[in-house]
Ligand binder design. Structure first.
Ligand code: IMP
Ligand code: MG
Length: 179
């Protein structure tokens, strides 16, 4: 696994520190709001587990799973494979995501949750890759962990063909690892 990593982009320590900073911001934002914090599976699991413990307010956890992404390129077409279980009408909802890349998935997720009339809906993404944004998407993440260059990254929940999610840091894959 590690021998296929060309470069460590974000170390465990960098990620930990940034999550602590975001935690302070989110704790302030959501105090007295009793939020539902929605994780988009599966890429978010590692970030979710670390992030939620830094949001020091009463909150509920929920998850949804959407699908479309195959290998290293987005197809653009999405389906909800698993929906959230909470009733979010009138609730403050925060979406946690691993990466905002073209923006297609989060745009889809955002619209899907917006239909249920939450009191507020915000997005916190660990990574933002602005270079690859779909120009038709005007949605922007409200909270960003790190803005990263246009490279395919794995680790800390992010996968290539379902592997590397358990790497504790975020790295750039060697081109030969795609074969
Ligand atoms: P988007 O719809 O293009 O914004 O892509 C969102 C999804 O694509 C993410 O939730 C990831 O699952 C996946 N993705 C995008 N870029 C990467 C990457 O560099 N590494 C691993 N997965 C990625
Ligand atoms: Mg994802």
């Amino acid at each position: 696994m590690e021998q296929n990593i060309q470069e460590v982009l974000l170390t465990e320590e960098q990620i930990r520190q940034r999550i602590a900073e975001l935690g302070e911001v989110l704790t302030e934002e959501y105090k007295d709001k009793n939020p539902v914090i929605v994780g988009v599976l599966k890429g978010v699991v590692v970030f979710y587990a670390d992030m939620i413990r830094q949001v020091k307010v009463p909150c509920q956890m929920d998850f949804m799973c959407i699908s479309s992404y195959v290998g290293t390129s987005s197809t653009g077409k999405m389906v909800v494979k698993q929906d959230i279980s909470a009733d979010i009408q009138g609730r403050h909802v925060l979406i946690l995501e691993d990466i905002f890349d073209t923006g297609n998935s989060l745009d889809f997720t955002y619209k899907h949750l917006m239909e249920r009339n939450p009191a507020s809906l915000k997005i916190c993404t660990l990574l933002d890759k602005p270079a690859r944004r779909n120009p038709n998407i005007t949605l922007k993440p409200d909270y960003v962990g790190f803005s990263i260059p246009d490279a395919f990254v794995v680790g800390y929940g992010l996968d290539y063909n379902e592997y590397y999610r358990n790497l504790p840091y975020i790295g750039i894959l060697k081109p030969e690892a795609y074969n």
